[in-house]
Write a protein that binds this ligand. Sequence first.
Ligand code: FAD
Ligand code: NAD
Length: 471
Amino acid sequence: MQQYEVIVVGAGPAGYVCAIRCAQLGLKVACIDKRVDTRGKPKLGGTCLNVGCIPSKALLDSTHHVQFINEQAGTHGLKVSGLEVDVPAMQKRKDHVVRTLVGGVASLLKKNKVDVISGTAGFIAPQKIRVDHAGGASQDLQGKHIVIASGSEPVDIQAAPVDGDCIVDSTGALEFHEVPLRLGIIGAGVIGLEMGSVWSRLGSEVVILEALPEFLAMADQAVSKEAFKILVKQGLDIRLNCKVQEARTSSDKVQVVYSTGNTEQSLEVDKLIVAVGRRPHTEGLNLDDLGIKTDQKGFIEVDSHWETSVKGVYAIGDVIGGAMLAHKGSEEGVALAELLADQSAHVSYESIPWVIYTWPEIAWAGRTERQCKESGIDYRTGVFPFMALGRAHAMGHAEGMFKIVGDASTDRILGVHILGPNASELISEAVVAMESELYTEDLARMIHAHPSLAEGMHEAALAVGGRAIHF
Ligand code: FAD
Ligand code: NAD
């Protein structure tokens, strides 16, 4: 039986990063993944590269150009006529981006001498894994440490069963080869807003049905309120407080019956996307036989060193819950590898950046104003609008705001919230500042280039002390 110091199950951003770091630290490591392409070739990179972060951003970037041409080119003095959108070509480009990056992960694993094994892994004992290969053969491996990084999959709801044709999950929503005339989406979360933006920019009439009465409850309220207005103005019809009762398909149309309060309503769409969250992917691992504890939702329980209830078995990434984000899983992968190599390691969960890639983008790190209020923290806020930034006007993207939440007594930065162009990049400054335990006064005194969008961070920090210059 092949012996390893570390066996990683799953080659998503948590698993492959953990495997590479283990190898860098001199550990003999195998990484197993079951995802293959139509020709049976391994497709590494997990949800993120194949059906998540990367393909969604490729489509968001392509359609952002369409949005520019339709809504803004004229104001720049650019006359564009006869614009044609070739959706299959757009999809081909997306697939090429995915293929390139999937190939990149394979090269990185090879370069680091990680043994990549294609097949479905399941425990046969705490330190033994059986891998079932696609052709029917199987192989047993023994590992001193086993890391479960098996990720997550879309949650389905009984009221709207996914058929992969008219009713799809996030994977199907990335694959439309023509623009649906009318598109329904269940769930106004991250996927609902990103996929809704993609297809709305291409001309779909998009209706999003959200169960909660509040829009984007996890973001800062000032940002979510403003984002709601902007996205509705862009054409997303976001309906809150909706309970979907039934979605039925007939003659290539989906009838969705839902209620708001006591009123029953119905909606006819050509495609329906179900985007109501993700659940841990643990099928076939035999966790119960081994006694690996999971919580009520099926997420694997781990201690502060990512060890499960069974000694020598660890879990990282989406399968343990928390922020279900690629960069969170990767950081856990690095930290765990370092612990397995007898080093010390830590993941700063408090300052994980969140980004929603609508336009304008929504990004935040740290606490919201409401969280501070609920925890009884005495805080101050500084808000600065993009409208007051020269660079934002030059770009033609002056919507949104920066908001910094600072501790009123210590002046430490507690949270930063950005709604605006390039918020996904701008939020990194906030992470660096919070991780370096900076004060809002530090940001207020650091020189930011002019003209740049980052000046908004500087001005928001000044605004915490009531002394913004340009607003
Ligand atoms: P996964 O990426 O899910 O990888 C797990 C791997 O394990 C899979 O490849 C699977 O095949 C394999 N596996 C599972 N069970 C077994 C088994 N028994 N044997 C062998 N292999 C197995 N996050 C962001 O940070 N930014 C984004 O912009 C973003 N956009 C997203 C867009 C969409 C549409 C979706 C769906 C998700 C998005 N995410 C984004 C979330 C991100 O994709 C996940 O947080 C991330 O992929 C989780 O990484 P992971 O390694 O834990 O699991
Ligand atoms: P989500 O948790 O972001 O949003 C799901 C939404 O659906 C919520 O607003 C929820 O209230 C609503 N909902 C739940 N049940 C419902 C029902 N029956 N009817 C109507 N609404 C309902 O989940 P998601 O959008 O599916 O995305 C899953 C996860 O994937 C995200 O939480 C995130 O971790 C990750 N992701 C990240 C990015 C990014 O980082 N840009 C992009 C996509 C996905």
